[in-house]
Design a protein around this ligand. Structure first.
Ligand SMILES: *[C@@H]1O[C@H](CO)[C@@H](O)[C@H](O)[C@H]1NC(C)=O
Ligand SMILES: *[C@@H]1O[C@H](CO)[C@@H](O)[C@H](O)[C@H]1NC(C)=O
Ligand SMILES: *[C@@H]1O[C@H](CO)[C@@H](O)[C@H](O)[C@H]1NC(C)=O
Ligand SMILES: *[C@@H]1O[C@H](CO)[C@@H](O)[C@H](O)[C@H]1NC(C)=O
Ligand SMILES: *[C@@H]1O[C@H](CO)[C@@H](O)[C@H](O)[C@H]1NC(C)=O
Ligand SMILES: *[C@@H]1O[C@H](CO)[C@@H](O)[C@H](O)[C@H]1NC(C)=O
Length: 498
């Protein structure tokens, strides 16, 4: 089962490329950028102890000793100080990160990329950046430097962060390199980690890292040169760690889906609130919209049906991505369309998930999924368990077989239902965005905070024996998240792996 899943998605990952190139090219053209490297600062370790001195009572001779409350108790994170070859060197040689895309602009501003201007009146504030979807490792690492409960004493830590840029590493070698080249940095990293005393404490089961690509890029099962990706997530050491990816495997439990980075990176609570307020009030003339391209080479893809149904409807707005310099690669065109739509269609592409899902939700657009693997079985820490509260699921099979008209399904939702779903989406925005890693939001928890909380809870569960060993971890993630009984969604997953 998993084998076939890997093959399918691995093969498809190759095809993903042709859409990725124009995105970055167009972004480059549209934006004038500055190179600001933000690598200078080191991890700050703080001891946030709060001293509470009880009021001295006049009847007592001497006041009781002050009570020390450690706000970080149970939340400390230790960050491995990795040699530069595992992270910062990749940033300084950013030109080698991709064969097709100059990644250098995208590593500026601590990984947020060049600032977006507001030429089309879509972004309002200054907290918008042309963020590359593969920049998450850098953003997360920089965000970690702002985490209020870092410790330099690993025995105090609830979890150990490994700031390896796994996705940027493998991104250099996915196309045209043999398996030993593709695995080299991961092997090197594992050697380094295992030489550290922190590893032996739990065999790495308290370690976590971000691999900012889809899981299939790290799940090569054989040493067959035609097999896709690296082995990082299938080697025993990789299985022991918790790995955060933008698309996780429905069949494994050592990886967790966390949101793709979007263009929105607030640095103050008020920026988030103002944006949410705008998205509540904005007029949405389109019932539904879609930004994407067909997938002619993927059997079973419903992209053609989606595009066809959108074309036929006066209430659908389409932004096609297959035409060279399409506006679909302009952040402001895409975000402008999502802001003016009630529902946004999110069919699978080359793999289950899409960045577009998060861009749409940040724009207050209710996502319409066609497969539970596109979100429900992925972002279990960030999205509500009851998916009907914030999204619509239309079965892919029914669209493919021409049994359902999307417009009719969406029209059936009453005004009140739509308002409730949109409100839920807008309420979620803070949890779905990564705050500007150079600052810290006052009280809002962003996608990073939610992730760290999830990791710490997971390590607690592992320590408490509530997470089975990896040998038993092969049970299916979606079986746990499905609501209509344990195996509600089996048919979706069984079909795609045939
Ligand atoms: C680290 O924390 C442990 C557990 O609290 C403590 O025993 C040890 O002395 C600390 N080490 C240092 C170097 O502070
Ligand atoms: C893999 O490729 C590298 C460099 O491209 C080469 O040096 C090495 O010999 C190759 N390994 C195998 C096993 O073919
Ligand atoms: C993985 O974790 C288990 C349990 O702590 C440990 O026994 C095993 O040695 C670890 N594996 C590796 C490769 O370190
Ligand atoms: C589809 O496959 C054909 C034949 O293998 C290839 O020429 C074409 O570039 C592929 N198209 C896309 C969009 O990947
Ligand atoms: C899930 O949410 C929907 C929409 O708000 C609601 O009608 C339904 O009762 C909820 N289901 C559960 C099990 O809570
Ligand atoms: C899907 O596959 C699983 C595991 O092989 C099996 O238990 C389940 O019955 C299958 N479901 C359907 C609907 O075929």
């Amino acid at each position: 089962m998993a084998t076939l899943g890997n093959r399918r998605n691995g093969g498809n990952a190759r095809k993903r490329l042709w859409c990725a190139i124009p995105v970055s090219c167009a972004v480059l053209i549209i934006i004038s950028f500055t190179f600001i490297f933000n690598l200078g600062y080191k991890h700050r370790a703080v001891t946030p102890e709060v001293m509470i001195t009880p009021m001295a009572s006049p009847s007592m001779g001497s006041p009781p000793p002050p009570l020390v409350v450690d706000r970080c108790s149970g939340r400390y994170i230790y960050v491995h100080d990795l040699p530069g070859r595992f992270n910062s060197d990749m940033i300084s040689s950013c030109r080698t990160l991709s064969k097709w895309t100059d990644m250098c602009p995208f590593v500026s501003n601590a990984g947020l990329g060049p600032r977006l201007n507001n030429a089309e009146g879509v972004f309002y504030g200054a907290e918008w950046y042309a963020t590359n979807q593969f920049a998450l490792e850098l953003i997360f690492h920089n965000r970690m430097k702002q985490y209020e409960c870092l410790t330099t004493n690993s025995s105090l830590a609830s979890a150990i962060f490994v700031p390896f840029y796994a996705g940027l590493d493998i991104g250099r070698y996915l196309w045209g390199y043999n398996t030993s080249v593709r695995d080299a940095t991961s092997r090197d990293l594992i050697r380094w980690l295992k030489s550290r005393p922190e590893w032996s404490t739990m065999g790495g089961r308290d370690h976590f890292m971000v691999a900012g690509r889809i899981t299939w890029d790290f799940r090569r099962l054989t040493d067959d040169e035609d097999d896709w990706g690296s082995k990082l997530l299938v080697i025993p050491e990789g299985k022991n760690m918790t790995v955060l990816v933008i698309e996780s495997s429905p069949w494994h439990k050592n990886d967790f889906g966390i949101p793709y980075p979007t263009y929105f990176h607030p640095s103050k609570d008020s920026e988030v609130q103002q944006w949410q307020e705008r998205m509540r009030r904005i007029r949405r003339p389109w019932l539904f919209s879609f930004a994407g391209a067909p997938r002619p080479n993927i059997t079973d893809s419903i992209r053609n049906e989606i595009i066809g149904q959108c074309r036929q409807s006066r209430r659908c707005k389409l932004l096609e991505c297959d035409k060279g310099r399409s506006k679909c690669h302009s952040p402001s065109s895409v975000m402008g369309m999502f802001q003016r739509s009630i529902f946004c269609l999110q069919p699978q592409g080359d793999s289950y998930t899409r960045r577009s899902t998060f861009d749409a939700m940040v724009a207050g657009c209710v996502p319409v999924f066609f497969h539970p693997g596109s979100a429900y079985a992925q972002y279990v820490w960030h999205l509500p368990r009851n998916h009907s509260e914030y999204s619509v699921l239309i079965s892919e099979d029914e669209v493919r077989d021409g049994k359902v008209r999307i417009e009719e399904v969406l029209e059936r939702f009453g005004k009140k239902d739509v308002m409730a779903m949109r409100e839920e989406v807008i309420r979620m925005i803070p949890r779905l965005v990564y705050a500007d890693p150079r600052t810290r939001l006052e009280t809002t928890n962003d996608a990073f905070d939610v992730t760290v909380e999830g990791v710490i809870q997971r390590v607690k569960d592992i320590k408490g024996g509530r997470v089975p060993d990896f040998s038993e971890q092969e049970s299916w993630k979606y079986a746990l998240t499905g609501r209509g009984g344990e195996h509600e969604w089996d048919h979706f997953f069984n079909r795609t792996t045939q």
